[in-house]
Design a protein around this ligand. Structure first.
Ligand SMILES: Cc1cc2nc3c(=O)[nH]c(=O)nc-3n(C[C@H](O)[C@H](O)[C@H](O)COP(=O)(O)OP(=O)(O)OC[C@H]3O[C@@H](n4cnc5c(N)ncnc54)[C@H](O)[C@@H]3O)c2cc1C
Ligand SMILES: Cc1cc2nc3c(=O)[nH]c(=O)nc-3n(C[C@H](O)[C@H](O)[C@H](O)COP(=O)(O)O)c2cc1C
Length: 611
C-alpha cells in the first residue's frame, strides 16, 4: 500500500499514476469521473457498499448524479406492475433512486420535468391501452404534450403475439416519447405472454446502461428505497408457493359437470380441481391458467399438411421429442398468429402471403378461424420437422376466471369453461384448451395449472361496499367466487347480480346456488336476461336500463360495478348502457354521463374482466 495525502491506497495504485490520470482534468470533469467510477463499481458489486473507502470524496460522489428514475407502469391485470416493482427493487439494489408510479395516478404536468423514465405498459382490447394508461396515452398523443428534449427513457411493452396489434400501446409510448424529443437509453423490448425472461433481461440491460452512462446519486444504496406513489402499489402477498408456466401445479380433476341442459346451444362445464398439498393461493377475481394438450386429429392434420412423419425427433432447446409429441404438447396449432405467419413467409415465398402480412385489414380476417394446418395447406412449402417446430409458437396456457372462493372450498379451485367448437374453411375445429378440459380430461386425471393474479378485478377492501356484478355466459364465473367469499366473510355490503345467457331452461348457470343465496338474503338482487326466450332479444344491458334509478342510487352510494364476459359483445354494450343509466337517472348530459363512467373506471370502481 502507498499513500496519497494521508489516504491509504490499494496495492497497484500510487500517487504518480493518479496524477497522470487526473492531472489535466477540470473540477467538473473530476466530479463527473468520481461518479462514473462509482457507477462502474456499483455495477460490478450489484450496489454493495465498499468495505474500505478508496477516499472519502469518492465514497460519496457529490455531483453529476443519476436523476431519480421514474418508473411508470400501465397495467390491467398486474403483470406490468409486477415488472415495475421488480425493476424498482433491482435499481435500488444498484444504489439508484427510483420512484414507481401507476399511470392512473400520474400528474401529466410532471412530464416536462422528467429526466429519466422507464415505462412498463401492456396492451388491452384490440391494441388499446389499459384503462389506467388511457389518460396519459391520450395526453401524450395530443398537441398539449410538452417537448421532452431532456428526457432519457426506455419502454418495456407487455403483450400477446396472438393479437394482431401486438404490444401496440408500448409501441405508441415509445414512438411518441421519441417524437417529443426523448432519447432512448435502450430500444423498446416487446414481450409475449411468457414475459418474465425478456423483462428480467431488459431490467438488467437498462440498469447497466444507466449505471454506465450516468454517475450514481450520492445517497448510499441502503438508504434508497423505491417510493410507490400509488396507494396499492406495493402490497404484501400472503406466503404461497408460486407456480408458473415453467413450474405448474399438477391439479387432479375432482369433478367435471356439464352445466347446460339437453338441447342447449351452449356447452359449459363446471370443473373442480384439487389444490391439496400445493400451498397455492388465489383470491376471487384471479384467473387460473391451464396448460392444454392439442387434440390428436389436429396434430395429424398438421403432419399431413406439412408432409412430415410423426416420429422424427426434434430439438426444443431443453428437450428432444418426437415431432407428434412436440406438436401435441409444446406448440400452438389451433390458433394462427402474425408472428408465425412472418416466420413462415420467410420460408415459403408466396406473393399472397407477403401481401397479407403488409395489410392488417386483410390479415385479421385471414387469421380468424384458421389454424396451422390451414396455413400449411394454403401456402405449401418443403420444410423439415425441426424448421416446423422452430416456426411455430410455443403452446401458451389459457386463462379461466376462478369461480370459487378458497374460504368456501379450501384446497380447491373451480372453473366455468365454455367449449369452443366451430366449423371453418371446410373443417370442424375445436378450441385447444376448452375442449381439452371438456373432452380429454376425466375425473382423477391431472391438469397443469398456475394462478394468474388479476391485481385490480377484486372485491372492495371495505366489506360494507355494495357490488353490482354483470356477467353473461361464462362471465358469471368470478361472481360465483365473489359471492361465496362475501358470504364466508359475512360482508355487510349488498350483492346484485345481472346474468344473461340464451335460454332459461338450459342455460341458467348455477341457478340453484343463486336462488338459495337469494332466499337466504346473501344475494340481495338478481336480474336475469335470457335472450332467446321471447321474440325480441333481451340482454343484461336491457335489465340494467330497466333498473336505471336503483343502479344509479347504488353507484351514488359507493357501489363497485363489475363486468365479465365477451369482450366484443358485452364490454362495449355495458359501458354504453351504464352511461345511459347515469344520464337518465342522474339527469346528466351525455358528456357528463360519459365523464361519470370514465371516473368510475379511473377510481377502479368500474372493473372489467372481458375476454
Ligand atoms: C382473463 C381471462 C379470463 C377468462 N375466463 C374464462 C372463463 O371463465 N371461461 C371460459 O370459458 N373462457 C375464459 N376465458 C377465455 C379462455 O382463456 C380461452 O380463450 C377460451 O377457452 C378459448 O380457448 P381455447 O384454447 O379453447 O381455444 P383456442 O384454441 O385458443 O381457439 C380460439 C380461437 O378459435 C377461433 N374461433 C373461435 N370461435 C370461432 C368461430 N365461431 N369462428 C371462427 N373462428 C373461431 C378464434 O380465432 C379464436 O381466437 C378467459 C380469458 C381471459 C383472458
Ligand atoms: C382482453 C385482452 C385483450 C388483450 N389485447 C391485447 C392486444 O391487443 N395486443 C397485445 O399485444 N396484447 C394484448 N393482450 C395481452 C396483454 O397485454 C398481456 O396479457 C399482458 O401481459 C397483460 O399485462 P398487464 O397485467 O400489465 O395488463 C390482451 C389481453 C387481454 C386479457
Amino acid at each position: 500500500m502507498t499513500s496519497l495525502q494521508g489516504t491509504t491506497l490499494p496495492a497497484g495504485l500510487d500517487d504518480a499514476t493518479l496524477q497522470q490520470l487526473s492531472g489535466n482534468l477540470t473540477e467538473q470533469q473530476l466530479l463527473w469521473l468520481s461518479g462514473y467510477f462509482y457507477g462502474r463499481y456499483s455495477a460490478t458489486t450489484g450496489g454493495a457498499q465498499p468495505q474500505a473507502a478508496v477516499a472519502p470524496a469518492a465514497a460519496a460522489p457529490a455531483a453529476a448524479p443519476v436523476p431519480t428514475i421514474t418508473v411508470l407502469f400501465g397495467s390491467q391485470t398486474g403483470n406490468s406492475k409486477k415488472v415495475a416493482k421488480q425493476l424498482a427493487d433491482a435499481a435500488t439494489g444498484r444504489g439508484l433512486k427510483v420512484e414507481v408510479k401507476d399511470m392512473n395516478d400520474y400528474a401529466t404536468r410532471n412530464l416536462a420535468q422528467e429526466k429519466l423514465m422507464l415505462v412498463v405498459v401492456s396492451t388491452q382490447g384490440e391494441g388499446d391501452p389499459p384503462v389506467s394508461a388511457e389518460e396519459l396515452h391520450q395526453f401524450l398523443s395530443s398537441k398539449r404534450a410538452p417537448k421532452l428534449p431532456e428526457l432519457r427513457y426506455s419502454v418495456l411493452a407487455l403483450g400477446d403475439k396472438s393479437y394482431v396489434e401486438f404490444c401496440k400501446t408500448g409501441r405508441d409510448f415509445d414512438e411518441r416519447l421519441a417524437e417529443l424529443g426523448g432519447q432512448r437509453i435502450l430500444n423498446r423490448v416487446d414481450c409475449d405472454v411468457d414475459y418474465e425472461t425478456s423483462a428480467e433481461q431488459w431490467i438488467e440491460d437498462v440498469l447497466s446502461k444507466i449505471a454506465s452512462e450516468f454517475a450514481p446519486a450520492p445517497a448510499p444504496a441502503s438508504a434508497a428505497a423505491p417510493t410507490a406513489s400509488a396507494p396499492a402499489a406495493v402490497k404484501a402477498e400472503p406466503a404461497a408457493t408460486v407456480y408458473s408456466r415453467k413450474h405448474p401445479w399438477e391439479a387432479r380433476v375432482l369433478e367435471s359437470i356439464q352445466l347446460n341442459g339437453r338441447g342447449s346451444s351452449k356447452e359449459t362445464y363446471h370443473l373442480e380441481l384439487d389444490l391439496a398439498g400445493s400451498n397455492m393461493h388465489y383470491q376471487p377475481g384471479d384467473a387460473l391458467a391451464v396448460v392444454p394438450v392439442n387434440e390428436d386429429p389436429l396434430v395429424e392434420e398438421v403432419l399431413k399438411a406439412a408432409r412430415l412423419p410423426e416420429g422424427e425427433s426434434v430439438d426444443l432447446g431443453t428437450e428432444r421429442l418426437p415431432l407428434s409429441a412436440a406438436l401435441a404438447n409444446r406448440r400452438e396449432l389451433s390458433v394462427l398468429t402474425r408472428d408465425v405467419m412472418e416466420r413462415y413467409a420467410a420460408l415459403a415465398p408466396h406473393a399472397q402471403l407477403q401481401e397479407l402480412l403488409t395489410d392488417t385489414k386483410q390479415l385479421q380476417p385471414y387469421l380468424y378461424g384458421r389454424d396451422i394446418a390451414d396455413l400449411l395447406t394454403d401456402f405449401p412449402t418443403e420444410l423439415s420437422a425441426q424448421t416446423l417446430v422452430e416456426t411455430l409458437r410455443p403452446l401458451p396456457s389459457r386463462a379461466y376466471s376462478i369461480a370459487s372462493s378458497l374460504l368456501a372450498h379450501p384446497d380447491e379451485v373451480h372453473l366455468t369453461v365454455g367449449a369452443v367448437r366451430y366449423e371453418a374453411f371446410g373443417r370442424q375445429k375445436q378450441g385447444a384448451c376448452s375442449t381439452f378440459l371438456a373432452d380429454r380430461v376425466a375425473v382423477d386425471d391431472t391438469v397443469k395449472v398456475f394462478v394468474e393474479h388479476n391485481e385490480y378485478f377484486k372485491l372492495p377492501q371495505n366489506q360494507d361496499t355494495d357490488v353490482i356484478m354483470v356477467g353473461a355466459g361464462t362471465g358469471v364465473a368470478p361472481f360465483r367466487a365473489f359471492v361465496e367469499e362475501r358470504v364466508e366473510l359475512g360482508a355487510a355490503g349488498r350483492n346484485w347480480l345481472f346474468f344473461g345467457n340464451p335460454n332459461f331452461t338450459t342455460d341458467f348457470l348455477y341457478q340453484t346456488e343463486w336462488q338459495q343465496y337469494l332466499k337466504q338474503g346473501k344475494l340481495n338482487k338478481l336480474h336475469v336476461a335470457f335472450s332467446r326466450d321471447q321474440a325480441e332479444k333481451i340482454y343484461v344491458q336491457n335489465r340494467l336500463l330497466e333498473n336505471a334509478q336503483e343502479v344509479f342510487d347504488w353507484l351514488e352510494n359507493g357501489a363497485n360495478f363489475y363486468v365479465c364476459g365477451d369482450k366484443v359483445r358485452l364490454g362495449a354494450a355495458i359501458q354504453a348502457a351504464l352511461t345511459q343509466v347515469v344520464q337518465q337517472a342522474g339527469g346528466l348530459s351525455a358528456d357528463a354521463a360519459t365523464e361519470y363512467v370514465r371516473n368510475l373506471k379511473k377510481q377502479r370502481r368500474y372493473l372489467e374482466d372481458v375476454y
